[in-house]
Design a protein. Structure first.
Length: 392
């Protein structure tokens, strides 16, 4: 349902210009919307500087923002080992919490996991809400979704953040649906709007060609999943003090036809690409699959991980787990070496946060050089083998 708030509308016609469907007319300095033509795209809502146009779901009531407070981080863990993205979210969450003058809370789900609370507090959490239950020992969508939903309904956090991991992408959307709120997936940036205190959620859109900033002003909590390696964790501080709150959930009426069979770790890579301090990545400039041995040799001598551009993976030169970029992995190594990669924006989205970037390409105008700290212009088939030989 879309409506014009008459007390706020001044007839400025900005909404008229923003509507691509001719659904708006101005009569007596008041906007009128033809609901038969309106597609609820929201362009007029964004264009109105007076907040005079509102899109509301049927039956949706105005949210009382005063009831919601604090920032929550879903503390993903497996076998009592906290996922690295959680520490990054705690680092960013600490910054946001100070702006909103609220608490930063980590939500820890699992079995025999209470000891993990100390590590979460040391990395920035003010409180840790723990649900320790055998049903949560291994990750399954429904028990995890039920738990986080019930906790959110009880405590009413203003913001809930999770890593855009396999686990986060799997069950966080279920939570958003149950809470009747929005969810912005795969975020690469989070900020607080100083005027409205809304969460500004930035993510790549249209295949990574643009960055879109999304706001959910009429729904709480505001929810986002965030990519690994795009934010900085705080230094661990063992002296930090925090509160641990233990909660219980009744699973007796939960019907779940799925069951956990087992976890198989990927052993295909010598070094974990996401966690590696040094990554050597090959692109289209390698010309064929056989030439990828040049990348493998350099990575091996540096004890680094092997990455690839989407073009290399699409050409079947190397498997998908090595892909870096918008449709692959987001990484943040100390040193990133791009070999034969032009630097399309989709690729840059996955590696431009690296501490030091070295690019090797024969095209001096390649976009990769705009983000590189060191650029080598020349034939990779001559340069890389020489570097590898020297390092050996």
């Amino acid at each position: 349902m879309i409506e014009v708030i008459q007390e706020k509308c001044v007839g400025c016609e900005l909404c008229l210009k923003a509507c691509a469907y001719g659904a708006i007319t101005i009569n007596d300095k008041l906007a009128e919307i033809n609901v038969d033509k309106c597609t609820l795209c929201g362009a007029c809502v964004s264009a109105c500087p007076f907040d005079a146009i509102l899109i509301r779901k049927y039956g949706q009531k105005a949210v009382d923002r005063s009831l919601y407070k604090d920032i929550w981080i879903f503390a993903e863990q497996r076998k009592n080992e906290i996922a690295p993205v959680v520490f990054e979210l705690l680092g960013k969450g600490r910054e946001l919490a100070e702006q909103l003058e609220c608490k930063l809370v980590a939500v820890l789900l699992g079995h025999n996991i209470v000891e993990c609370s100390k590590e979460l507090i040391a990395h920035g959490a003010d409180e840790v809400i723990v649900v320790d239950d055998p049903r949560l020992k291994d990750f399954l969508d429904l028990p995890y979704a039920k738990t986080l939903t019930e906790l959110a309904n009880k405590y009413k956090p203003e913001i809930i953040l999770s890593g855009a991991s396999v686990m986060g992408r799997s069950f966080i959307p279920r939570v958003a649906v149950k809470l009747h709120t929005g969810l912005t997936a795969d975020c690469t940036g989070l900020e607080i709007d100083p005027d409205t205190t809304n969460l500004l959620q930035t993510r790549p859109a249209f295949g990574g060609n643009i960055l879109a900033t999304i706001v959910t002003p009429n729904h709480l909590p505001q929810m986002s999943t965030v990519r690994h390696k795009v934010m900085d964790a705080l230094e661990k501080d063992e002296s930090r003090k925090g509160t641990v709150i233990k909660e219980t959930i009744d699973f007796s009426e939960l019907k779940d036809d799925t069951k956990f069979l087992g976890f198989v770790k990927d052993e295909s890579q010598m070094v974990n690409l996401v966690e590696a301090d040094l990554v050597v990545t090959g692109g289209r400039g390698l010309k064929n699959k056989d030439n990828f041995v040049i990348i493998e040799n350099l990575a091996k001598v540096l004890n680094g991980a092997i990455g690839a551009s989407r073009a290399s993976v699409d050409a079947d030169w190397i498997s998908y787990p090595h892909q870096v970029g918008q449709t692959g992995k987001t990484i943040k190594p100390k040193i990133y070496i791009a070999v034969g990669i032009s630097g399309a924006i989709q690729h840059l989205a996955g590696m431009q946060s690296s501490d030091y970037i070295i690019a090797i390409n024969k095209d001096p105008d390649a976009p990769i050089f705009k983000v590189a700290d060191l650029g080598l212009v020349g034939d990779l088939f001559e340069i890389v083998p020489q570097i590898t030989k020297k390092l050996r």
